[in-house]
Design a protein around this ligand. Structure first.
Ligand SMILES: [Zn+2]
Length: 297
């Protein structure tokens, strides 16, 4: 059994649903990859790679709230290095708009909201994971449990709407980005990051690529797909490029172990735990893409 298949039970049939392409609605698809009992297919019309059959919306809600997907403790644990990552990202966003009202979708335990508040933004977040929202609230942050659009937001508009590693998780990315567009202030920008399925890492590692997580990553966008997604949602890209992340060396060591037990052991010998916990390094494997976009006219 490979690392990829370890410890995951196959989903029961009533928990999965077959879906058409979320970009072009085509049902013409060919098999692309398999992992953890799920099939990733490729749309024969627009080239989007997506999971089908995939977990149903109800099953996904359960996965997040049972902490099986995007668990709260993981993101609390990585918050020191995430703070640095989000500082970098907000710096880039602030080249296009002044700090005013910010909405963070998939806000998790609130690290982005915290950093944005410190930089002068009035920030509110939304996340499906109620444990993460409770944590954000305990830090005094404005965070709402549920999905976007959220009734408590009404038709409020924002100068920035941020989505860090979010869009690949949602069942209807075009629908969400169309809503994002409607919630942008004049001159406001949408920001997102997502794994880049067209990157060298993705092509080199295939189904073993770390971002292939078919229970929760429902889509594998390349840059052409992102442009297509924007066009369908009425957004115009202002910037697109490879997006790095600050990582704690301990996490880097664990991730090496996921690729290969030999690499993990070698890294363990070279990077003792007491030392690596304190080090945060900028990592850019060029396998995540970032986008800043505004409403197109
Ligand atoms: Zn398609």
């Amino acid at each position: 059994m490979s690392n990829a298949d370890r410890g995951k039970a196959l989903p029961k049939t009533e928990q999965v649903q077959t879906v058409a392409c979320a970009l072009c609605q085509s049902e013409a698809q060919s098999p692309f990859q398999q992992r953890e009992g799920f099939q990733i297919v490729r749309c024969q019309d627009c080239g989007l790679r997506y999971v089908s059959p995939r977990l149903s919306t109800a099953a996904l809600d359960r996965e997040y709230n049972d902490q099986q997907a995007s668990p709260t403790p993981y993101y609390i644990n990585t918050s020191p290095e995430d703070r640095r990552t989000f500082e970098d990202r907000l710096g880039r966003i602030e080249q296009h708009t002044r700090p005013a009202h910010l909405l963070d979708l998939g806000c998790g335990p609130g690290t982005m909201l915290q950093v944005a508040s410190e930089r002068g933004w009035q920030a509110v977040g939304v996340d499906l994971n109620r444990t993460s929202i409770a944590h954000a609230k305990s830090l005094g942050l404005n965070a709402l449990a549920g999905t976007f659009p959220h009734p408590e937001l009404g038709d409020q508009r924002f100068d920035a709407i941020t989505m860090n590693d979010f869009i690949e998780h949602v069942p209807d990315p075009v629908g969400i980005l169309s809503q994002v567009r409607q919630h942008l202030s004049p001159g406001g920008v949408a920001f997102l990051t997502t794994p880049d399925a067209g990157s060298l890492m993705a092509r080199l590692f295939g189904a073993s690529w770390l971002h292939v997580k078919p229970r929760e990553h429902l889509f594998y966008f390349d840059r052409a797909n992102i442009r297509d997604l924007c066009q369908r949602a009425g957004l115009e890209p202002l910037w697109m490029g490879a997006m790095g992340r600050r990582r704690n060396l301990r996490v880097v060591r664990e991730r090496l172990g996921e690729y290969s037990s030999l690499a993990g052991k070698a890294a363990g010998l070279m990077l003792p735990t007491a030392l690596v916990r304190r080090w945060h390094v900028p990592i850019n494997l060029l396998d995540e893409v970032g986008l800043i976009a505004r409403a197109s006219n």
